[in-house]
Ligand binder design. Structure first.
Ligand SMILES: [Zn+2]
Length: 470
C-alpha cells in the first residue's frame, strides 16, 4: 500500500474454555482472534478456511448489498462455537446444513453456535446470508466500504472484508475465492484472478460478473471495484489473463497517463520476477479508480488498485513497480503478524529503487544516500519510529517504507549482491502462498549469507535513533 494512517480500537475478548468433565475435553469455543499482537480480535481460532464462495447482488443507486457467502473450512479443535469477522446485518447462518445460532459480539465479530458441536478435523460448510447498506456501517471506528459516484470500492488494509463478506480475517489463513456479483447492465465489476463470467445477462437489465482466484489469497487482498470502467483484456506470454480497467470519470489525459504505466504491468511483472523469483499467481493487471476515489494504491492480489490521482502529473511506473512487487512481498509471502509490515512495505519500496537504477534514473545507492542524509535529517522524528515494530497506529508510517528499504539496501551492502538476491529468491520460495515473520527472515538471511545479523537488524529495525552502521 501507499500510504495512509489507520485508527484502531483495542478491545480484547477472552475465550471461555470448556471445563473437562472426564478424560476427554468438552468441545470449546474457538478463539475470537488469530493471535495478532497488534490486532487481537482480527482473525479467529478453531478453524481453517480453504475456500470462499461470495455471491452478491449490488444496487449502485442505493448502495444495497445482498447475498450469500459460503465458507468451506475444517475444524482445528473440537468446537462448540466459533467467530466470523463480519460487520453487515446478517439474516441467517447455517453450519453443515443446519440452522446455527448467531449473535453480534462486537461491531466486527459474529459468534456462530452450530446446532451440533464440530469434531476436530471435521469439514465445515458455513453459509451466511446478509443484506445491508455497507456505506452506513461503522466498525472499529471506520467505514472501509467506499461508495463512489458510479459504484463502490472494497479496497483497504487491513480492514475491508468485514463490509462485504464474513471471513477469518487474518493473512495467516489464506483461501481460494470465487467472487460473483449481479449488477445493473452497463456497470462493471472487477475483482481478483481470472474472469469466469463477463457481463453475463441474467434477466432484463441485470448481468453477472464472476472472478476466480485459484491461488491462496489473504482476506484483505480480496477486492471489488464496481462502477463505470473501460476494460481491456489480454493474455500474458505465460498464458495467464491480463485485465486492466480505468474509471470513465478520469479525464482523457489522466487516463492516458495511467495507461502509460498500468498497461506496462505485464512487462514490469516479468522484470520483477527476474529479481524476486517466479511470479506466484496466474493472472495479472490493474485497476485505476476515479481521481481521489480512495486516496491510495493497494496491492490487491493479481490486480492492484490505483487512485487516478496518482497519475495527474503523468505516468507513475514507480508506483506500479511498488504494488506489483507486493505480489511477492505481502501477497504471496504475507505478514505472519501485522507488526512485520516492513516485510511488505520495505521490500516494495526497495523494488522502486531497483527500478530507478534499471531505468538510469538514479542508482539504489544514490537514492539510499539521499534518503538517509537529506530527506530525513538526524533530528527528524522519522528515526524514532521502529520499522520492525511501528505500533498499530503507525503501521503505514514513512519509516516502515523508507527505513525498511534502507535496511534492505544496507543488508545488500553487508552480504553482497549475490547473497542478497539469493536471500530474496529463497524467501519468496520458502514462504510462497504462506506467511512469514521478521525472525524467520533473519534466520534465512543468516543461513544463506553466513553473517550474524542480530546487531545489524537490532540497529536498523528496532532502535529509535539514526543507524550509524552504513
Ligand atoms: Zn506498499
Amino acid at each position: 500500500m501507499l500510504r495512509r494512517t489507520v485508527t484502531v480500537t483495542a478491545a480484547v475478548l477472552a475465550a471461555v474454555l470448556g471445563v473437562p468433565t472426564g478424560s476427554q475435553a468438552a468441545p470449546a469455543p474457538g478463539s475470537p482472534g488469530a493471535g495478532d499482537v497488534y490486532y487481537p480480535e482480527y482473525g479467529n481460532g478453531g478453524y481453517d478456511v480453504a475456500h470462499y464462495d461470495i455471491r452478491l447482488r449490488y444496487y449502485p443507486d442505493t448502495d444495497r448489498l445482498t447475498g450469500t457467502t459460503t465458507i468451506l473450512a475444517s475444524a482445528t479443535q473440537d468446537l462448540s462455537r466459533f467467530n466470523l469477522d463480519f460487520a453487515l446485518a446478517t439474516k441467517s447462518v447455517r453450519v453443515n446444513n443446519r440452522a446455527a445460532g448467531f449473535a453480534r459480539q462486537s461491531d466486527h465479530e459474529l459468534v456462530v453456535t452450530p446446532a451440533r458441536a464440530i469434531a476436530k478435523g471435521a469439514p465445515l460448510t458455513i453459509v451466511v446470508e446478509y443484506d445491508d447498506i455497507p456505506s452506513n456501517v461503522v466498525a472499529a471506528g471506520l467505514t472501509s466500504w467506499n461508495r463512489t459516484p458510479d459504484g463502490a470500492l472494497a479496497v483497504n488494509e487491513p480492514e475491508i472484508a468485514w463490509w462485504w463478506y464474513p471471513s477469518n480475517d487474518h493473512p495467516t489463513d489464506k483461501a481460494s475465492f470465487d467472487v460473483s456479483v449481479l449488477v445493473p447492465d452497463g456497470v462493471e465489476v472487477i475483482s481478483n484472478g481470472a474472469p469466469t463470467r463477463w457481463a453475463a445477462p441474467v434477466f432484463d437489465g441485470w448481468s453477472r460478473w464472476s472472478w476466480r482466484q485459484d491461488k491462496p489469497q489473504a482476506t484483505y487482498l480480496t477486492f471489488l471495484a464496481i462502477g463505470d470502467f473501460d476494460t481491456y483484456q489480454d493474455t500474458s506470454a505465460d498464458g495467464s489473463p491480463i485485465v486492466t480497467a480505468y474509471n470513465t470519470r478520469l479525464d482523457a489525459v489522466t487516463a492516458a497517463a495511467a495507461k502509460s504505466s498500468v498497461e506496462r504491468s505485464d512487462e514490469i511483472t516479468d522484470w520483477l520476477a527476474g529479481h524476486f523469483g517466479p511470479y506466484p499467481f496466474g493472472a495479472r493487471g490493474g485497476v485505476v479508480t476515479g481521481a481521489g476515489d480512495q486516496g491510495f494504491a493497494l496491492e490487491t492480489q493479481t490486480r492492484p488498485v490505483y487512485d487516478g490521482r496518482s497519475f495527474i502529473r503523468g505516468s507513475n511506473n514507480s508506483l506500479v513497480v511498488h504494488e506489483l512487487a507486493h505480489q511477492w512481498f505481502g501477497d504471496s509471502v504475507s505478514v505472519g503478524q501485522w507488526k512485520d509490515i516492513w516485510l511488505n512495505e520495505g521490500f516494495a519500496s526497495y523494488a522502486q529503487w531497483l527500478w530507478s537504477e534499471d531505468q538510469g534514473e538514479g542508482t539504489a545507492a544514490e537514492i539510499a544516500d539521499y534518503v538517509y542524509s537529506t530527506v530525513y535529517p538526524a533530528d527528524s522524528e522519522f528515526w524514532q519510529v521502529l520499522p520492525g515494530d511501528p505500533g498499530p497506529t503507525r503501521l503505514f508510517d514513512g519509516a516502515v517504507y523508507d527505513r525498511g528499504a534502507l535496511t534492505l539496501h544496507h543488508l545488500r551492502e553487508l552480504v553482497g549482491d549475490e547473497d542478497f538476491f539469493a536471500i530474496l529468491k529463497a524467501w519468496t520460495e520458502a514462504k510462497k502462498h504462506s506467511a512469514g515473520t521478521t525472525p524467520e527472515f533473519q534466520a534465512l538471511a543468516e543461513r544463506i549469507s553466513g553473517v550474524d545479523l542480530d546487531a545489524f537488524l537490532q540497529e536498523w529495525l528496532y532502535t529509535p535513533a539514526v543507524p550509524t552502521s552504513v
